[in-house]
Write a protein that binds this ligand. Structure first.
Ligand code: ADP
Ligand code: ADP
Length: 227
């Protein structure tokens, strides 16, 4: 069974414009799927429909075997990492990472502390747990956003151009880290980018969107070798 199944997904805006047009795509359990395509092709809209931040006009979105079209984002058990990180400025690194666990209720404080430390360790944030986001570098903020994503077990990670605010050197480093982390955790991942290097190095498969249509789904090797 696929971790995420999209069946004939359409997103039509008020003026009749279809930002996403009849997209069907299965993402396997543990797979790292890239969504690429030129600006305006519908990548973010599709990602936002997976998370539940955008209503689906028609089609079925199935996650972990459940049809989720009418489920609120918090009931889909997914972690999303945004381009701007969306950290809480008044909370420490520890509390930013702990946030999803506190929302779940009923998790003992010991357990929260253990899981936050484990996530922070994986991302080399242990020495910064008491700091606020304003006092962190861009790369560290990115790590906090990832810590928050991995602190609980979820059906999938969703990334919306997570590295586009970083300089080239950091982007390379974080790319390696995201890849390492995803392999270690084995969590299904959907990753939106317009960066060819990210698409070719991170993805198990790459889904190419064009004007709302799914144009092609292939491995990086197949894409690279095609004429
Ligand atoms: P991408 O992420 O690939 O750059 P988007 O998914 O953000 O593309 O947008 C796809 C298309 O849908 C674009 O043409 C965009 O202008 C349009 N669009 C996005 N949001 C809305 C909206 N709320 N109302 C109308 N059109 C929208
Ligand atoms: P992104 O960086 O993800 O491509 P955009 O700058 O395209 O984001 O869009 C930012 C916001 O504006 C989104 O919430 C999107 O839904 C909305 N939006 C984009 N295009 C349109 C549009 N043509 N009409 C109305 N809202 C739009």
């Amino acid at each position: 069974m696929a971790a995420i199944e999209m069946r004939n997904i359409v997103k039509e805006y008020g003026d009749g414009f279809k930002a996403v047009n009849d997209v069907s795509l299965d993402i396997a359990d543990g797979e790292f799927m890239i969504l690429v395509g030129p600006s305006g092709c519908g990548k973010s809209t599709l990602l936002r429909m997976i998370v539940g931040l955008e209503d689906i006009t028609s089609g079925d979105m199935v996650i972990g075997g459940d049809r989720v079209n009418d489920k609120a984002p918090r009931d889909r058990n997914l972690s999303m990492v945004f381009q701007n990180y969306a950290l809480y400025p008044h909370l420490t690194v520890f509390e930013n990472i702990a946030f999803p666990l506190r929302l779940q209720k009923g998790i003992a404080e010991d357990e929260i502390r253990r899981r936050v430390r484990e996530a922070a360790e994986m991302l080399e944030l242990n020495e910064h747990l008491d700091r606020k986001p304003a006092n962190l570098s861009g790369g560290q903020r990115q790590r906090v956003a990832m810590g928050r994503a991995i602190v609980r077990s979820v059906n999938a990670f969703l990334f919306d151009e997570p590295l586009s605010n970083l300089d080239a050197k950091l982007r390379g480093q974080m790319r390696t880290e995201i890849s390492r982390m995803q392999r270690r955790l084995g969590t299904t991942t959907v990753y939106v980018t317009h960066d060819q290097t990210e698409a070719m190095t991170l993805g198990d498969r790459v889904a190419v969107l064009r004007r709302g249509f799914l144009q092609q789904v292939a491995s990086p090797r197949e894409l690279y070798e095609q004429p």
